[in-house]
Design a protein around this ligand. Structure first.
Ligand code: PLP
Length: 319
């Protein structure tokens, strides 16, 4: 872990000290026995102000899209089920959809990364079974209007789900969770990897109506969330001060990145997450290689649609 890791949007300030205390206090039987989930699901439900039956814990947010794909993207009698993914997007959706047998339908970005709602609606067919959205989006940091998610949810065919990856919702301060009762075909994916600093322990959550989650729960590995992650999440959720302090630092850190870009005359996108997409004006690979040689890791996003020449920089902590 040498160097400055600004390429994976992790919490560069680590996790709450309470998490370390909770892990150190694990007793032998907590390691030897299968983990009990009720207390942590209840804590998570309280955190999101939801009833526990609307939550399915997963081994990281990433694990969540795979069972979702297995439940909703298996081939239909008429041909492959289709998954719509507006670009640029987190690459995991494409892998998960294809492993489940689904057909990926990519929607090209608008030049300014404004959400391509009309294009997403136009990409729908009777075979659409999932739409994967990320809000705020990665790698752009740009949010989509909540109204657009509602419009998509109202228009997808019966039997389809709209998956809203809210990995960065803590930074944005906005969530679709409160609208879920009106849109039972929407699933919100959350992670505790980013704002809560638990990436190494792997824990996330799927949130949605019990009926929509039911086939997904069957595809999630039994005991897929381990005992250490269980106690860590409870401790992390109990330390709101740590998260709020990190969110403040990420905001200040983003302002420093914006200021640097302004100084250097680099174009960038205002981000609602803990990273900034910056146009290098050169070969992004050469730049990320050069900074890596100096121990600073940045992410080359130049191969993403609409992102030619761009790099993504995680906004770390400010001391
Ligand atoms: C980082 C990230 C995740 C990963 O969450 P995990 O809980 O670590 O699996 C999911 N979605 C997006 C868009 C991310 O950027």
């Amino acid at each position: 872990y040498d160097g400055l890791r600004l390429h994976q949007n992790e919490n560069t300030g680590g996790c709450s000290p309470r998490v370390i205390e909770a892990l150190a206090a694990l007793r032998p039987e907590q390691i030897a026995l299968y983990p009990p989930y009720k207390p942590v699901v209840d804590a998570c439900a309280a955190h999101f102000a939801l009833p526990p039956e609307r939550i399915a814990l997963t081994n990281g947010r990433d694990e969540g899209t795979f069972p979702t794909s297995l439940a909703y993207l298996r081939p239909l009698a008429t041909g492959p089920a289709e998954a719509i993914v507006p670009q640029p997007a987190f690459e995991i959706f494409a892998f998960n959809a294809s492993v489940a047998g689904g057909r990926l339908v990519e929607v090209a970005p608008r030049p300014d990364f404004e959400f391509a709602l009309d294009e997403v609606l136009a990409a729908m067919t009777p075979s659409t079974r999932a739409v994967f959205l990320t809000n705020p989006n990665n790698p752009t940091g740009v949010s989509m209007p909540m109204k657009a998610i509602q419009t998509i949810a109202a228009r997808v065919p019966k039997g389809a789900v709209v998956f809203v990856d809210e990995a960065y919702a803590d930074f944005a301060g906005a969530t679709f969770i409160r609208s879920l009762p009106d849109f039972p075909n929407v699933i919100v994916g959350r992670t505790f990897a980013k704002a809560h600093g638990l990436a190494g322990l792997r824990i996330g959550a799927l949130i949605g109506s019990p009926e929509t989650l039911a086939p997904i729960r069957q595809a999630i590995g039994v005991y897929s969330v381990n005992a250490a992650a269980v106690v860590a999440l409870q401790a992390a959720l109990a330390d709101e001060t740590f998260v709020l302090d990190y969110l403040r630092q990420a905001r200040e850190s983003k302002a420093l990145v914006y200021a640097m870009c302004d100084r250097l005359g680099l174009k960038y996108w205002k981000s609602d997450a803990n990273f900034v997409l910056v146009r290098t004006g050169g070969d992004p690979r050469a730049i990320t290689d050069a900074t890596a040689a100096r121990g600073i890791y940045l992410r080359d996003r130049g191969n993403d649609p609409g992102c030619e020449g761009w790099i993504r920089i995680t906004a770390g902590v400010v001391q």
